[in-house]
Design a protein around this ligand. Structure first.
Ligand code: ADP
Length: 279
């Protein structure tokens, strides 16, 4: 039974086979981040993660799907310790980046290696396009102007934005369209050369055309770094990811190759969600 062809919420014809699928028999990439027994919650309210185990493989795209409130954002925010900036938020368990204990790392160093792009594009409002992309480099102590300019151009090119902004580098970043602003935020994140890029529903505020450009961009950069993307859009997960995680009520229900999750899920709850029986 092909569940890709049974999605009630999103018409079957629109769901392509996973574009990022690894070739059958291809060797698995090494694990770059691992999560063991991760539990997390907030000061007021129920526990958001109930003990999650997960391995994220280097230079792959992993999509995290599941109904609203199941803990997707909490999970990715634990990966670069953005979760702990919320007053009263707590987490316990083991999260590793290349074998290092994330909870023992300096959060600033960690976030340089594990960057993040949020739901709503958030360029720094007082900064130009150029300054937005250069900001992380400057913060890291880079003072060589030629080097900064070179890296800004390279990052904007990687984010498929250079041609659109090369003549307005000194204009405010907030003056760009929504889709351009999100690509600017991606360029800003790429400029410090993170090993992992976390994306929390990066297209949810964008129109279909701007969304398509971001997805194209993900497919272009996915061989260069590891991407973990939260999405409520199953078609998007199918289009861009090699691996998919399905979560429900703070629990990781199923994790595997996207192709397998969408065509032969092993858990009935995954099947019910993917076929649109709830969600
Ligand atoms: P998702 O990303 O899947 O929509 P979240 O990780 O945002 O889920 O939320 C998981 C649970 O944690 C939900 O019950 C949500 O209400 C709760 N939660 C999220 N953010 C906060 C917060 N800042 N304070 C209290 N509870 C929160």
């Amino acid at each position: 039974m092909n569940l890709l062809a049974m999605d009630a919420e999103q018409p079957a014809a629109n769901i392509p086979p996973p574009a990022g699928a690894a070739a059958p028999g291809a060797p698995r990439r090494p694990v770059v981040m691992s999560v063991r027994g991760l539990r997390a919650g907030y000061a007021a309210g129920a526990q958001a993660l109930q003990g999650v185990d997960l391995e994220i493989r280097e230079r792959t795209v992993t999509a995290i799907i599941g109904p609203s409130g199941c803990g997707k954002s909490t999970l990715i925010r634990c990966l670069n310790r953005m979760h702990e900036v919320i007053p009263g938020a707590w987490c316990e368990g083991d999260v590793r980046l290349g074998g290092r204990d994330v909870l023992q790392l300096d959060p600033v160093v960690l976030r340089r290696e594990v960057g993040m792009v949020f739901q709503r594009p958030n360029p720094f409002p007082t900064m130009s396009v150029f300054q937005n992309v250069a900001s992380g480099l400057v913060l890291n102590g880079e003072r060589d102007r030629a080097k900064i300019a070179e890296r800004v151009e390279e990052s904007l090119r990687r984010a498929a934005l250079w041609d659109e902004v090369k003549d307005k580098l000194d204009k405010p970043g907030t003056g760009l369209s929504g889709g351009q602003q999100q690509r600017l935020c991606i360029a800003r994140a790429l400029a410090v050369e993170p090993r992992v890029l976390l994306m929390d529903e990066p297209c949810s505020a964008l129109d279909p055309l701007a969304t398509a450009r971001i997805e194209e961009l993900l497919l272009q950069i996915k061989d260069q770094l590891t991407i973990v993307i939260v999405t409520h859009n199953m078609q998007q997960a199918a289009r861009v990811s090699e691996y998919t995680v399905f979560m429900l009520m703070g629990e990781l229900v199923e994790y595997g190759e996207t192709q397998a999750i969408f065509t032969q899920p092993s858990d009935k709850r995954t099947e019910d969600y993917i076929t649109g029986r709830f969600g």
